[in-house]
Design a protein around this ligand. Structure first.
Ligand SMILES: [Fe+2]
Length: 260
């Protein structure tokens, strides 16, 4: 969601960030994610070589599902390239990485075969942040991202619906786990960051789940973070406490990248 902890500083450019993300992240989460796609052997090759490709059938199934829906699966690398093309503000990009990380963590618990897809939904959910006038018309936030993705040749209705549903003001209400997850992960990423900033070292490693939950109930704290959206995680079967655990763990894993 634009506007919350997403303020862009003048002159902040993507170059620094792109460089940061292509460098080896200490924790390697995102780099590993890219590599897992680019370095996988094609399925046929696995069969020929007799390799035990445990993820082979899962990936094929996911790919097939995408094709059946009339779309094509997008890699994380492709998604990141699109993000870099349309987003320049460092804070926006870092927010995208944080939501991506939380979405991957939630998918591990809720839909383990779709970790990449959920991550990509997180990564691209604010793609139109700097591409439309959402400050004057919130209805355009979400649908504009879909237009951009279509222009880029992406056809993935599940991804499009999740991106739109993260902004109920565009008229799309969340109905599925990925949609509720994105609705909840978006404000939670900023909320966790706000809690970290209370601590002297401003580090996510200092934040305890209990502290996040305590601040959650203080309505004046980070008042812009929509509590209802965060609580929507419960429609997936997870509890708010689970969302907090996932956010701390997954954002903590890329804390160097996030600068937290
Ligand atoms: Fe967002």
């Amino acid at each position: 969601m634009p506007g919350f902890f997403c303020e862009q500083k003048e002159g902040e450019k993507r170059g620094k960030l792109a460089k940061k993300m292509t460098a080896e992240d200490k924790n390697g989460m995102i780099a590993a994610n890219v590599n897992s796609f680019t370095k996988k052997k094609p399925a046929e090759e696995c069969e020929k070589s007799g390799d035990n490709c445990s993820t082979k059938s899962r990936r094929e199934k996911a790919h097939q599902a995408g094709m059946e829906k009339g779309g094509r699966t997008m890699t994380r690398e492709e998604a990141h390239t699109i993000l870099m093309k349309y987003m320049e503000g460092e804070n926006y990009i870092l927010h995208s990485y944080a939501v991506e990380a939380i979405m991957r963590g939630l998918a591990k618990r809720l839909d383990p075969d779709s970790v990449e897809k959920w991550g990509i939904a997180g990564l691209l959910h604010d793609l139109d942040e700097e591409q439309c006038d959402w400050r004057n018309d919130m209805k355009v936030h979400g649908p504009t991202s879909v237009e951009i993705l279509k222009k880029e040749g992406v056809e993935d209705q599940e991804l499009f619906d999740a991106i739109c549903a993260h902004n109920p003001k565009c008229g799309v209400k969340a109905k599925t786990p990925i949609q509720y997850a994105l609705l909840a992960a978006d404000p939670m990423s900023g909320f966790v960051k706000a809690v970290a900033q209370i601590y002297p070292d401003k580090k996510i490693a200092s934040v305890k789940p209990k502290s996040v939950l305590k601040r959650f109930n203080e309505m004046r704290f980070a008042a812009g973070a929509n509590r209802d959206y965060m609580e929507a995680i419960e429609f997936t079967g997870l509890r708010l406490e689970d969302l907090v655990d996932v956010a701390l763990e997954e954002m903590g894993a890329i804390s160097d990248t996030l600068g937290l």
